[in-house]
Structure formats: C-alpha cells, structure tokens
Design a protein around this ligand. Structure first.
Ligand code: GLP
Length: 296
C-alpha cells in the first residue's frame, strides 16, 4: 500500500488531481469529444492529426462526501483550462441514500451534478449512481453490479473513508467479498453525516452501496483522507490487521492502492518516516527513468 503524506487538504486535492489525471489519462482525451462513437472516421485521409477515440471508455469510480470536493474542483479547473476531457470516460458512484429522491439536494445524485457533472464534458447517460427511488432495491443493486460488469469493471476508483474505516457505505462487519447491495447505516455514520442534513433524525437509515468485493475489483484505487477525524481510520487501514471491523483494511490485499492523506490524518501512523522515505525514493526512480541516469 502506497502512503502519500501531504501538508494539508489543499495539497491532497492538487496531488490527487495530478495523480488521477495521469493514471486515467484525462489529458490524452482532450479533442476526442466529437469523435466518440464515430470510430468510422478514424483512419480517413486528412484526419491523421486528429486524436483517435479510445476503443472503450475509461471507467472511473467516484465518491461523495466532503473529502473529494477539492479533487473535483481541480478537475473542473483543468477541464475549463482545456487541459483535460472526460469525453471518453464513464463513471460509477459508490453509493446513494435510500429514501432521498435524486432531485433532492441532499441526494448523492444532486451532489454529483452540482459538484462535478454539470461543469465537465462527461457524456450524458455515461454516469451512473445507484437508483434508490424504486420499489425493488435488491433488484436495483444487482442491476448496478451488472452494469459495472458490462462496462468492463472499474479502471480507477476514488475513495473517501468513514471515521470508523468504512468505504462506500460498507459498514463494519460487511463481508469483505460483498457486491452492490442495500446496507443499514450505523449510528456513528449517521451522526457523522448529520452535518449535511437538518438533524440526525433526517439522515437516512439505509443506502445502496457498491460492495467491498466490487471496490476491490477496481484495477487501481486512490483513497483520500484529510483531518484529524480520519487519523484512527487511516492507522487501522494501513497498519492494523485486515478485519471486517475496519472495512478499508482489506485494501491491504489490493496490488494498486494509494492512500493520499494530509498531516492530520497521518498523525497516528507509526511508520510515517518510512512512508516519506518511500515517496522520496519513488521520485528518484522517476527522475532516473526520465533522464536515463542510474541511481547511485
Ligand atoms: C460517507 C460516504 C463515503 C465517504 C464518507 C466520508 O459515508 N458514503 O463514501 O467516504 O462519508 O465522508 P467525508 O469525506 O464527508 O468525511
């Protein structure tokens, strides 16, 4: 597990944007918008200089909550500056509350529209969020899982983390192999999220969430955490035993996970110096690769 410790939330947002833009290839997608779905044009004489649309959209998993807002702001700035494009991406959100209709400003549908989708060029119909305004929630959850599979799985998953170590709405005790399904929220999670509602009682009691198995199938994962309130969850995730009592700890089994956290969220880590040294070495390796010079 790669642990990147940065000064503050702003630095986390900037580095997360840089890292995700590089890993998703968002800068390479600039100029593909008008070609998406018109693959027949590719190779036609005179179009050699035009970017080739990728055969398959890049599938990005998205998170809600306060933490990824800085990252989304950075993406929006880069998009508005013409540096990146979402034209050939497809997105799947982690979760949605039960009992909050999509048009309600407190829904994750509304959050995503307001904080990201309405500002960027992700094609309409290519962003998915679990549907909870239905009579059959189990069917809706199974359908969501199927849609992810049909899309070829998630290439790059953004995650936040609950103060108790949950990811998505996979509360403690969630099966580490779980798929998208309905989960009951713990009192702690409802208390944490009450700040987005008028009162604790107004916080929904259930949600549809991608499962832990669903998240673990993502090819690459970037988990963001900022603030002292996440310090214990981060310590348990990176340095504790793998246990369903701390769902994020299962990420220790994933081969491509980065925890990008600020100093406050890192404050309880026992091996802080080691993580900093590893990052410094990573930069040395990158420099050697780009200059062709061997590391002494
Ligand atoms: C909710 C969401 C999680 C999110 C967590 C932390 O529980 N389902 O995906 O990571 O809140 O939110 P925040 O970033 O606001 O602390």
């Amino acid at each position: 597990m790669r642990v990147v410790i940065l000064k503050n939330a702003d630095a986390v947002a900037k580095s997360a944007a840089e890292e995700s833009i590089r890993r998703i290839g968002l800068a390479d997608l600039v100029g593909t918008a008008d070609l998406v779905g018109t693959a027949g044009l590719v190779g036609t004489a005179g179009l050699d200089s035009v970017k080739t649309p990728l055969e398959k959209p890049v599938v990005v998993g998205l998170a809600t909550g306060g933490t990824p807002l800085g990252l989304y702001r950075e993406w929006i700035h880069a998009y508005q500056a013409g540096q990146i494009s979402f034209a050939n991406t497809m997105s799947f959100n982690l979760d949605e509350y039960v009992g909050i209709p999509p048009r309600d400003p407190r829904s994750y549908h509304a959050y995503m529209h307001e904080n990201l989708f309405r500002h960027i060029d992700i094609p309409p119909g290519r962003s998915f969020i679990p549907k909870t305004d239905v009579s059959n929630l189990d069917e809706s959850a199974a359908d969501y899982e199927w849609k992810i599979e049909q899309a070829g799985g998630i290439d790059y998953q953004i995650l936040g983390i609950g103060s108790d170590g949950h990811i998505g709405f996979n509360e403690m005790g969630s099966s580490l192999a779980s798929r998208t399904r309905v989960k009951t929220l713990t009192k702690k999670t409802r208390m944490d999220n009450a700040r987005y509602f008028d009162s604790f009682d107004a916080v929904p009691k259930m949600a549809i969430t991608m499962g832990i198995g669903t998240i673990m199938n993502a090819r690459s994962i970037l988990l963001l955490a900022t603030g002292a309130g996440k310090a214990k969850a981060i310590r348990d995730t990176a340095e504790g035993p793998v246990t369903a009592m701390v769902p994020a700890s299962v990420l220790q089994f994933h081969d491509d996970v980065t925890l990008m956290i600020d100093e406050e969220a890192a404050k309880d880590l026992s091996h802080r110096e080691y993580y900093l040294e590893s990052e410094a070495n990573r930069r040395r390796i990158e420099l050697a690769e780009s200059t062709g010079l061997q590391i002494e």
